[in-house]
Design a protein. Structure first.
Length: 418
């Protein structure tokens, strides 16, 4: 009875808010986001405000880490909460399980009516352990392998050698290093990052299964660590961290020949990392027939937000409107989460920067093969512990079985369930 009354009160409140929208009561809607996800929303703002003249959008943008830290604090304290919160895939599990976000697949939002229109795997990323959808996906990151075709040609390496399987991938790197002096990859951790995201069972998480059992001390992680160690010992990685100046310079100069990330990296290469290298880069599937998600962005409504009805209208506008999804794709290469948007003729176009490849069709195919992956509020904790464990293997020749067993114990201590 108490639960029923709460729902009735909440529904009445939302109805009141919708009424205020209809009577043109002016509302300032605060959107908290991070680069360059914010650019998609800002590009769509004139279209939204034209359709909803009573809503004025206010954007509050912070650097990636600062934004997510600020949102964590805001949800814990209830202070400085936005009406709409942008969340990146690495953090969505933490926020989804926190209880501080609205349940969108329940009344009055009823997001379930849209879920058949969205790429399936990304909905799992925003669904908590109780089946509640806590955020709506705005874009996705199907994993892809980008490589410098000119460098591989000099080394006598084919795309087939590069992606046949992981051992062939590493041997291709040995040839590239011997013939050109260039590194195949920035860091051996790239292999681990992709491998642990592939070969997943439907509904299984990266670090935890459906029952929240820890999965890091398993054959999947052991093989990921082994392959990373083989790559390091073969000298094919530059020991360079992503998103550093050294990393961007390596990609620009071709001294890093391959980068495995989300399909959105193609836009970064073209727009700011290596804009003068049109025709030199190509995109391919991940090695060993793997399909994995890398990144993606979501919109959520904090449970204590002031303008929930208006927030939901904005989220629907950004995530279920074909025109807006394609606008974001054109603005920041944000790959659409809306299946309908992926039928646009734009996907059949050749990409001049990638040597005329129709790479969007490749990424679309990959997106539909990525399994529905569950997220967990302790994913970020597990990621940090696993990364530290791999560093011990790569830098200090630590035993893989031992470090993963220790990592499992550390995660268990830090991820004690309530």
């Amino acid at each position: 009875m108490i639960i029923f009354k709460k729902k009735a009160i909440f529904t009445a409140l939302c109805a009141s808010l919708v009424t205020s929208m209809a009577t043109a009561e002016q509302v300032e809607l605060t959107i908290a986001s991070f680069p360059n996800f914010n650019k998609a929303a800002e590009a769509a703002a004139p279209l939204f405000e034209k359709q909803y003249p009573n809503i004025k959008l206010k954007f509050v943008n912070m650097a990636y880490s600062d934004h997510h830290n600020a949102m964590t604090t805001a949800m814990a304290t209830g202070a400085n909460l936005p009406d709409v919160m942008g969340v990146e895939a690495n953090f969505i599990g933490r926020f989804a399980e926190s209880g501080g976000l609205e349940q969108l697949n329940a009344a009055p939002y009823n997001a379930g009516e849209f879920t058949q229109k969205i790429v399936p795997f990304t909905l799992g990323q925003a669904t908590d352990s109780d089946g509640a959808l806590r955020a709506m996906p705005a874009d996705i990151g199907p994993g892809a392998l980008f490589y410098r075709k000119d460098v591989l040609e000099i080394a006598g390496v084919t795309e087939e050698e590069l992606i046949k399987d992981w051992d062939s991938f590493i041997q291709a790197g040995v040839k590239v290093k011997a013939k050109t002096g260039n590194y195949l990859i920035a860091n051996a951790t790239d292999i681990k990052n992709i491998y642990i995201r592939s070969e997943l069972k439907e509904g299984e998480g990266i670090y935890f299964d459906k029952e929240h059992n820890i999965l890091v001390n398993t054959p999947r992680f052991k093989e990921a660590f082994r392959l990373s160690k083989v790559a390091r010992d073969a000298g094919i990685d530059g020991k360079i961290s992503p998103w550093t100046n050294e990393w961007t310079e390596g990609l620009k100069r071709g001294t890093i020949s391959v980068q495995m990330m989300g399909a959105w990296l193609g836009g970064h290469l073209q727009d700011w990392i290596a804009p003068d290298d049109a025709g030199k880069w190509r995109s391919a599937d991940l090695p060993n027939g793997s399909f994995a998600s890398w990144g993606g962005s979501f919109f959520a409504i904090p449970a204590k937000a002031e303008h929930k009805a208006e927030a939901w209208e904005f989220i629907k506008f950004m995530s279920t409107n074909k025109e807006v999804q394609l606008l974001a794709f054109k603005e920041i290469n944000a790959f659409p989460s809306l299946i309908e948007a992926q039928t646009c003729p734009m996907f059949d176009e050749e990409i001049a920067y990638l040597g005329g490849q129709k790479a969007r069709l490749q990424w679309k195919k990959a997106a539909l093969k990525i399994p529905f992956v569950a997220m967990d509020c302790y994913d970020e904790v597990a990621r940090q512990i696993v990364d530290d464990a791999l560093e011990q293997v790569l830098e200090h020749d630590a035993d893989i079985d031992k470090v993963l067993a220790d990592a499992e114990k550390q995660i268990k201590r830090r991820a004690r369930r309530r």
